[in-house]
Ligand binder design. Structure first.
Ligand SMILES: [Zn+2]
Length: 279
């Protein structure tokens, strides 16, 4: 069995068909990310998790919506995080790529506030981190010389590491040093379709060498479809292509890769191994 450790399921017209494809591809569990289109709809993933036994959920305020991390919305998140089918808080973090995003101080405040909510709920966090490295000049001017990875790892060291709780670096797209520091902080690295792209040589090197007990795979659907389906609307079934690619990088079989990523997901989220009271 494979697990899609990160997908966005809110907007599929025919979710039943998407879930059927996943099942046919051997994808037995999905972690639906509950960021919605902002805090007003961050409960949607949990609604799906309560309607479908294979779906588990997160809830969180994406860095792009950090200006909406109001007391009211944080209270809503606190309530969602307490739900037994909510496995993690996220995706949260820092995004210094898009010019339209809230300023650095606003993003950092929202990130810290949500780490506190996750810690209080005893749930891991799932992280979005995007640097301004490939951003347009205006965005670079807005964010640089700040570096999203440096800021992220510093905030994690201060506010998350003391909790002793783990987390996931979703769609890991950093370098070897950032990978090593994430692993040292107790994080799992989750690889998405972009690991299959020819230019992703650094991500591929990390995926080949990350310890077997810290690796996950995901789609980040509907974005970032893996090769050979690049350009299509992504869906959880396609995680099989990413898994096959990563297995080849590591010189193991697809079944072995499936086995270890599924075991890792279970270690990270033990409640996902139990039958939820709902089903
Ligand atoms: Zn995502």
């Amino acid at each position: 069995m494979l697990i899609d450790s990160h997908c966005h399921l809110d907007d599929y017209e025919d979710l039943r068909a998407i879930l059927a494809h996943a099942r046919e591809a051997g994808v037995g569990k999905l972690l639906a990310i509950g960021i919605g289109e902002g805090p007003d709809t961050m409960h949607r993933a949990l609604e799906l998790a309560h309607a479908h036994p294979e779906i588990w959920a997160t809830a969180g305020i994406h860095p792009q919506e950090a200006h909406r991390a109001t007391a009211e919305n944080l209270a809503k998140l606190e309530a969602l995080a307490a739900d037994p089918r909510c496995l993690a808080v996220g995706e949260i973090g820092l995004d210094y790529y898009h010019l339209d995003n809230p300023d650095i101080a606003t993003q950092q405040a929202a990130f810290v506030a949500q780490m506190k909510i996750a810690a209080a709920a005893g749930k891991p966090i799932t992280i979005h981190c995007r640097t301004s490295e490939l951003a347009i000049p205006a965005a670079k001017a807005k964010y640089e010389p700040a570096d999203a990875w440096e800021d992220l790892l510093a905030l994690i060291a201060e506010h998350w590491t003391p909790t002793g709780l783990p987390g996931i670096m979703h769609c890991f797209s950093g370098n070897e040093e950032q990978a090593a520091r994430s692993l040292a902080a107790g994080f799992y690295l989750s690889f998405a379709g972009n690991v299959t792209y020819p230019k992703s040589t650094i991500i591929q090197a990390v995926a080949a060498s990350v310890p077997a007990d810290r690796i996950l795979v995901e789609t980040d659907a509907p974005f970032l479809a893996p090769i050979p389906l690049r350009g299509q609307t992504n869906e959880p079934a396609f995680v099989a292509h990413t898994a096959r690619y990563v297995a080849e990088l590591r010189g193991i079989t697809m079944d072995q890769l499936a086995e270890l990523t599924t075991a890792n997901f279970g270690a990270l989220f033990p409640t996902s191994l139990s039958v939820s009271p709902d089903f």
